[in-house]
Ligand binder design. Structure first.
Ligand code: ATP
Length: 988
């Protein structure tokens, strides 16, 4: 194959390797070589390397220019790419016959010499720019302005040299001579034949240092990510033993949800903004974000994943919080991740030159003290700046463009300004039901015990729904003895479950031989609980999650308290001088903080109500006094930015739970009844006020529309707090004041746990509502949790919620008995023919059911036949949607026959169902008999002329039908034109 053909055939692949990493360095190196061997002249170069244009259009222009120059030029381009690209990127590409990219005749002017030697000069001058500029400045060839333009910090050193060479060329022969003289003086004269070899050996030497660094980084990352913090360094489980895949989703450009594997997190799937380098993994508290990153790190360290990533730098925002020095990027990488034993400069240069080979991860962006802002730009990798500026500019891509970054955060902490810089947002939705089983089995090596735990979860579906959140799955599994041993209170809430973990840890350390705790176990350990609680609360208020030994001491925490296991040593990649501690998990820190708020007799009277205030961001006097060091003086004035709302919201949820009547006995001796009651009143009042705020925000309905409320972010949180209290009267009082016809909770991260809480509260609504839960993660377990409120839903919208036949079976069994229940929308779930019999039963038994939408599921002709069975008995259904299933002709025939006698059907959609002319003819019979049908949607099927003619005949006898949609069927444009003339109600 000729070089011409090779370029044409592999154009896309060559384009991808030259600009894949986002760095212009490979392209610039290729251009240097082509200029040197005169494939390109200066004008070509200027037309190709236009900085304002995206890199890929520069590369395309290069291909076009060289292509037009003929076969020799093409083969030299391929040879240049072959020389420049690293081996791993060349796999699968063909560069044609071996061909050296050599200079032509020796040039006779200094300007041309600079061009001919450009590739070598770029390398030589890289470490010598200051000297060269000085020489040009002192001889008057350059002005200060020229020097500044060359040394803009946004350029890498190689790019600075190229700008210097371009500027010298622009200045003319004297400048070129001056530069060559300078190079001669510094012994970096014209390249001799050995220069390439010298350079090569230098290159391999540098490469060796980078490889050594990679090895060191890999082993330190492997050591850090080997075990999970929640297992408290017990060594009982490694990450390999226990890691269970969570549910990962991403939304593509068209709004479709795609499921991802771990390997796709960094991959192209779901990319929305090609220019951005930051992938955000967002998920609720405890959904497994840190664990997922840890898994990525470990697999990289073992070379089992991310094999194109040469260096991976893991950062924890929690730990970055305590870095108060100003650092350069280099210091950040080496001090916080791994220190190169040799040649720091070379290693750093390698990173700067190959951004596409590096990956930075930032865990827990929501834990970072300062909220993201893009107000201050910084692009110099060597300048020292405060950590927030460094971090935010990395995320934006102002600094280290081309380096892929993966950050994790709770969803609430990601504002629109950060979203703007995201390549994509991956949602981590916790464990699937299968994932829970798998996790429990991994945790319990004894299969009988695993089975018992799984059975007990299945018997308590509220607990099962909690287990979708991995941190609670961990607690429930860990505390299986307490769970199976029988409790006074059957665990229903996150507070109940967290009390189990408290009990579990105290029991472990109990002095009694059997380790049995008495009824007053909380009272016995009150002192420790309060000390831990105070530390936890102060930490949360100051966004501080890592504590020094001194802080522990100041709070009176002893070695013995620490040995209980709630606090663990903090794993730290950076060089630190003293031991640091953190809570086993942040959820536990929130729980201890809540215990402190509830049990501390001396706390100020407003402590409870402050937790429920929307803008609870002020530091309390206490935390300012005690954790002052956590607060960098430079950020103090912007402290109002500190957002710890998600953790304080979880704390408020725990406070509600602890003040529930259910735990009255446990708290009895720890907290005087009068104090407890005052606090209960404060919670109830705060919840009621919070809800009122939401209700007041409901807009007046536009005429003809239903009065509807779109849930604001904290609505679900308030509902969860009410649920934690487990007090029907509070739920009832709250809902008595809500007067809407439609409640919209789309894209609100509603999973099974939220469904439990919603259902608990909404069941007290006074009038039926339409409950819109589209685009959440309800799943089968969540669907089951909704049953208690189904009687108050006239419509249920569950589009895109991962619901399968089993979930639907339970929902419909209940729905059949609910008089108000009239509409259901289940577009894009996992429904098959196994559920259609339940719909048939519903249609038969409910003669007031109005709307059934089952689009984009997996229903075939068999399912349609079953549905038809129910439809033939129904005299109420108005809307039937089966868009995007596979019912075919047989299914269409069955439905048409069943609906022939319907006196209510208005709208029918069988779009994209493989329906042919036979199906269309059957539907024609339905048209000819129906007096109510107005719209029939048959787009994207395989109906041919014969079928349409049947429809036309039928329409002659029908006056109710307004439109029949037939776009995308088996008809030629001429046929479409002719047929639409025959019947104007047909749309092609
Ligand atoms: N994929 C997983 N496999 C096994 N266990 C997991 C997994 N994900 C999470 N866990 C368990 O749940 C605990 C909490 O998970 P993790 O800390 O990763 O959640 P998170 O989303 O980062 O929480 P937060 O937002 O509160 O920081 C882990 O310590 C571990 O015990």
């Amino acid at each position: 194959m000729t070089a011409h053909q090779l370029i044409l055939k592999q154009r896309a692949e060559l384009l991808a390797v030259l600009c894949g990493g986002g760095s212009a360095e490979p392209l610039d190196c290729v251009l240097d070589l082509l200029l040197a061997c005169e494939v390109l002249v200066w004008e070509d170069y200027l037309s190709i390397r236009v900085v304002e244009k995206p890199l890929c259009s520069n590369v395309r222009q290069l291909f076009d220019v060289v292509y037009d120059k003929g076969e020799d030029a093409c083969s030299l381009l391929l040879a240049a790419m072959n020389q420049v690209l690293p081996e791993e990127q060349k796999a699968g590409l063909c560069f044609g016959k071996e061909c050296a990219v050599l200079g032509k005749n020796r040039p006779d002017t200094a300007t041309l010499t600079l061009l001919a030697d450009r590739p070598v000069l770029v390398r030589k001058l890289r470490d010598n720019i200051d000297g060269a500029l000085n020489a040009l400045l002192t001889t008057g060839c350059f002005t200060i302005k020229d020097c500044d333009a060359v040394q803009l910090p946004v350029y890498t050193p190689s790019q600075q040299v190229r700008r210097l060479l371009d500027q010298v060329r622009f200045k003319g022969e004297t400048a070129a001579k001056t530069l060559l003289q300078y190079l001669e003086q510094t012994e970096t004269t014209r390249p001799n034949p050995e220069d390439k070899e010298n350079h090569l050996s230098l290159h391999t030497q540098k490469h060796k240092y980078c490889l050594l660094y990679q090895k060191k980084l890999r082993s330190s990352v492997a050591a850090q990510s080997h075990s999970l913090s929640t297992y408290g360094g017990t060594g009982r489980f490694s990450l390999d033993d226990i890691y269970t895949d969570g549910l990962l989703e991403v939304m593509d450009g068209s709004g479709e949800t795609l499921t991802l594997g771990l390997e796709d997190v960094v991959g192209p799937l779901g990319t929305l903004n090609e220019d951005a380098d930051t992938v955000l993994v967002s998920g609720e508290a405890g959904s497994g974000k840190s664990t997922l990153l840890q898994r990525l790190h470990l697999l990289w360290a073992r070379e089992a994943l991310l094999t194109n990533t040469f260096l991976l730098f893991p950062f924890s925002c929690r730990k970055l919080n305590s870095e108060h020095r100003e650092l350069s990027l280099k210091e950040l990488l080496f001090l916080h991740c791994c220190w190169p034993d040799r040649s720091q400069d070379e290693v750093f240069q390698f990173i700067l030159d190959h951004p596409n080979l590096a990956l930075f991860t930032f865990d827990g962006l929501d834990e970072f003290k300062q909220g993201f802002t893009d107000e201050e730009r910084h692009c110099c990798p060597t300048k020292q700046v405060p950590i927030p500026i460094l971090l935010f500019n990395l995320l934006q891509g102002t600094l280290m463009k081309g380096v892929m970054k993966v950050a994790t955060s709770r969803p609430q902490a990601v504002g629109p300004s950060l979203k703007h810089y995201l390549r994509k947002e991956v949602l981590l939705k916790g464990f699937s039901p299968g994932g829970i089983d798998c996790y429990v089995k991994k945790h319990h090596s004894d299969p009988a015990m695993a089975r018992r735990v799984i059975e007990s979860l299945q018997a308590n579906t509220v607990l099962l729904s909690l287990c979708h959140i991995p941190v609670f799955c961990w607690i429930v599994t860990k505390c299986h003895q307490e769970l199976l041993g029988g409790q006074d209170v059957i665990p229903q809430t996150i507070t109940d479950v967290s009390l189990l973990v408290l009990q579990h840890f105290f029991q472990r350390k109990s002095p009694q031989p059997q380790g049995v705790l008495g009824k007053a176990w909380l009272e016995e350990h009150l002192d420790t609980v309060l000390k831990l609680g105070q530390l936890a609360l102060e930490g949360l208020e100051a966004s501080c999650y890592v504590f020094s030994g001194y802080e522990l001491q100041r709070n009176g925490l002893t070695e013995q308290d620490v040995s209980l296991g709630f606090l663990i040593y903090c794993n730290d990649l950076s060089v630190t001088d003293c031991k640091r501690y953190e809570f086993l998990h942040i959820t536990l820190q929130c729980f201890f903080a809540a215990l402190y708020v509830v049990l501390n007799r001396n706390s100020d009277r407003s402590a409870v109500s402050r937790l429920f205030q929307p803008q609870y961001r002020q530091l309390s006097g206490l935390s300012q006094r005690c954790l002052g060091h956590c607060i960098d003086s430079s950020v103090e004035e912007v402290e109002s930015h500190v957002t710890e709302t998600p953790n304080l919201q979880i704390t408020a949820q725990f406070v509600s739970g602890l003040l529930s009547q259910r735990h009255h006995n446990l708290l009895l001796e720890c907290c005087p009844t009068a104090v407890r009651e005052r606090k209960v009143k404060q919670v109830v009042k705060s919840l009621s006020k919070g809800m009122q705020r939401h209700f007041k925000s409901i807009p007046r309905p536009v005429e003809g529309e239903k009065k509807s409320m779109h849930a604001m972010p904290s609505f679900v949180w308030l509902i969860k707090c009410i649920y934690e209290m487990q007090d029907n009267s509070i739920a009832q009082d709250t809902m008595a004041k809500l007067d809407v016809e439609h409640l919209k909770l789309t894209y609100c991260n509603i999973g099974p746990v939220e469904c439990t809480a919603l259902s608990y509260v909404l069941k007290y609504l006074r009038n039926p509502v339409g409950l819109q839960l589209d685009n959440n993660s309800v799943g089968d377990v969540g669907a089951e949790q909704l049953l208690p409120c189904l009687h108050i839903c006239h419509s249920l919208y569950l589009r895109n919620n991962n619901i399968s036949d089993e979930g639907i079976r339970k929902l419909l069994e209940k729905g059949m008995k609910c008089e108000s229940f009239q509409k259901i929308a289940l577009f894009n779930n996992n429904l098959t023919d196994a559920c259609t019999q339940h719909f048939a039963l519903l249609l038969k038994s409910k003669q007031n059911f109005l709307s059934l939408r089952l689009g984009n599921n997996n229903i075939t002709s068999q399912g349609a036949e079953q549905l038809a069975e129910g439809l033939s008995y129904n005299q109420s259904l108005q809307f039937l949607g089966l868009w995007g299933n596979k019912i075919g002709d047989r299914g269409a025939e069955a439905l048409a026959a069943a609906l022939k006698n319907s006196t209510t059907l208005i709208w029918l959609s069988l779009v994209d169902n493989g329906v042919g002319s036979a199906g269309a003819c059957a539907l024609a019979k339905l048209i000819s008999q129906s007096k109510t049908l107005e719209q029939l949607w048959l787009n994207k099927n395989c109906i041919s002329r014969e079928g349409v003619e049947c429809l036309i005949e039928a329409l002659k006898m029908n006056s109710s039908v307004k439109e029949v949609w037939l776009r995308g069927n088996n008809l030629s444009p001429e046929e479409e034109e002719e047929l639409s003339k025959q019947e104007s109600r047909l749309t092609f």
